[in-house]
Design a protein around this ligand. Structure first.
Ligand code: TEU
Ligand code: CA
Length: 554
């Protein structure tokens, strides 16, 4: 396998609005990020993914772009972005930006032109159709609720949006549109970014001609994702994109790819795949069945099966990007640890398990201090459009306000979007101004400053994880070694070996409060990491305390 610069690197996702506020207006910004680069460097981060900071009405928090060539003044300007890229480089860190090209904002000039003249050049940048025999082209339901078709005022035409109605889908079948996108991507790559996280990319290929699917709710609509199962040929677009853009820059690309089709691993992230990596969404999708009230609580056994499943499917074909959370998900510690077991040890055990899987570990802002889901006082305190829709769906299904709020507490995207808890000072040290969204009230106990002073904190554990990962003696094994599940059938034990490059490592985590014994596959040479003070090892056997996690060299 050809070795690439990004292999073995550690990545960190910044969701700018809630990361750090540089100018005291209550909203995170680029200056705020620059101020934290030393912090990230010291943590051990190499690659920084910054969620969208482009010009945008922020209906979907920047995933609705109205100018790809400009920075939203809320976040800063191009000069600040250039400085951020340069300051990161000085510290041997790489910046990747979010590439949102399945759709743009309805306020983008292309769409504004399309509204004026749906038959004209820019009309062809979108999917615009008329009703036939009084019927819309298809019954697809958008990700954020309602039909994907929205009327164009003053005409008999409709445009398609897979997400919000303020996010019209770009027409990838149009080569002119595609060239505009590549031009923009190269413009950013020329500015010195190291690559892209590629948003919602699987949606760019539609199953055409349009057709209805079996309705999956009382609204008579079918989830738009259903169409993706049948849409063929996305590879042609992605190969073209690769040749026209990132290949020329040796860029790192990580796709938001929800795709389980046979051959998808090889196609997307194999040696000649479309992207460098793709997120492993196995854990994120675990126990989800279409709407909040149908979701199951994830047990350690369920979690174990999904991560091993992804590892087995991927093998050494390519590199997954491993996560426990992101800006679209609740906090990982609140989701993957049984609520009654949530503790610092359990947080460290979860960190240990996901971090050493084969692939590229991504840390989402605040994860390194063990930030948890947030209790919002009422539905109006939420901001996220998707949360508001899911809440409505629960209410319509007959759930009480209290029940719907409990679902929101478990699943809302805003759980991950509260400000990073830097200290126990006012506004958690995020801003001198009242933040745009509430701070999790637990910031007095969960914050970076206090954890920095405590060697046993979750934060220091993350630092240890990263420095072990990068330790020269093990780095190649963690990067290129095989990942082999160990004692998979042993309940509430999540264990695997990393083997290769002359080293054998064993990762063990006990996901229950009660101790459990594990038979070792070989003699223990050295304990490299342990989230507790003690460890009981005897001849060929180890006894793990509740939520104890260890990394051992065999
Ligand atoms: O997400 C795409 C996506 O399919 C989901 O994660 C989606 O956000 C979720 O099912 C809705 O609850 C990407 C971005 O990560 C997300 O923040 C954007 O809202 C979305 O694209 C649209 O750009
Ligand atoms: Ca600000």
């Amino acid at each position: 396998m050809e070795k690439k610069w990004w292999m073995g690197k550690v990545a960190y996702q910044i969701w700018p609005k809630s990361f750090a506020d540089g100018n005291g207006d209550g909203i995170g910004d680029l200056e705020g990020i620059i101020g934290k680069l030393d912090y990230l460097k010291d943590l051990g981060i190499d690659i920084i993914w910054i969620s969208p900071v482009y010009q945008s009405p922020l209906v979907d928090q920047g995933y609705d772009i109205s100018d790809y060539y400009a920075i939203n003044p809320v976040f800063g300007d191009l000069e600040t972005m250039d400085r951020l890229i340069a300051e990161a480089k000085k510290r041997q860190m790489y910046v990747i930006m979010d590439l949102v090209v399945n759709h743009c904002s309805d306020e983008h000039p292309w769409f504004q032109e399309a509204l004026k003249d749906p038959e004209g050049e820019y009309g062809k940048f979108f999917y615009i159709e008329e009703k036939k025999n009084g019927k819309l082209p298809c019954n697809w339901r958008s990700y954020f609720g309602g039909s994907v078709w929205e009327p164009i005022p003053g005409t008999n035409k409709y445009y398609l949006h897979s997400f919000h109605k303020k996010q019209p889908d770009l027409n990838w079948e149009n080569p002119k549109m595609r060239q505009e996108i590549y031009k923009m991507m190269n413009w950013w790559l020329e500015r010195g970014i190291a690559g892209f996280r590629i948003d919602a990319i699987i949606n760019i290929k539609k199953k055409l001609p349009y057709k209805d699917y079996e309705p999956d709710r009382d609204d008579g609509l079918a989830f738009v994702g259903k169409m993706l199962d049948e849409a063929e040929g996305i590879g042609e677009f992605l190969e073209e994109m690769k040749h026209e853009t990132f290949e020329k820059y040796d860029a790192f690309t990580v796709g938001e790819v929800f795709n389980d089709k046979p051959g998808a691993v090889e196609e997307f992230i194999g040696e000649n795949g479309h992207f460098s990596s793709k997120f492993d969404f196995g854990p994120e999708l675990c126990g989800k069945h279409g709407c909040w009230y149908k979701n199951e609580t994830v047990t350690p056994e369920m979690y174990k099966e999904v991560i091993f499943d992804s590892q087995e499917k991927t093998g050494e074909i390519g590199f997954l990007s491993n996560i426990i959370e992101n800006h679209d998900e609740p906090r990982g510690v609140s989701r993957f640890i049984p609520q009654e077991d949530l503790s610092e040890d359990a947080k460290k055990a979860l960190a240990c398990v996901y971090f050493f899987l084969r692939g590229i570990p991504f840390i989402f802002q605040g994860q390194e201090i063990g930030m948890e889901n947030c209790h919002f006082p009422d539905i109006d305190a939420y901001d996220d459009i998707s949360t508001l829709d899911d809440y409505r769906v629960c209410k319509e299904a007959g759930y009480s306000d209290e029940e719907a709020m409990e679902f929101a507490y478990c699943f809302s995207r805003d759980n991950a979007r509260t400000p990073v808890q830097w200290s126990d000072e006012e506004n958690a040290g995020f801003s001198t101004h009242k933040p745009w969204i509430m701070v999790n009230p637990n910031y007095k106990t969960i914050n970076l400053k206090s954890q920095q002073q405590d060697e046993t904190s979750v934060y220091h554990f993350y630092k240890k994880l990263i420095s072990l990962y990068k330790d020269e003696a093990y780095h190649d094994t963690f990067t290129f070694g095989k990942c082999i599940p160990y004692a998979r059938e042993q309940k509430n034990l999540i264990a695997y070996e990393r083997k290769g490059e002359g080293v054998d490592l064993l990762i063990l985590a006990n996901f229950q409060k009660e101790p459990q014994k594990v038979t070792l596959p070989a003699k223990c040479e050295k304990v490299l990491l342990n989230n507790k003070d003690e460890l009981r090892i005897s001849e060929g056997e180890i006894t793990l305390q509740g939520y104890q996690a260890v990394v051992i060299r065999m």
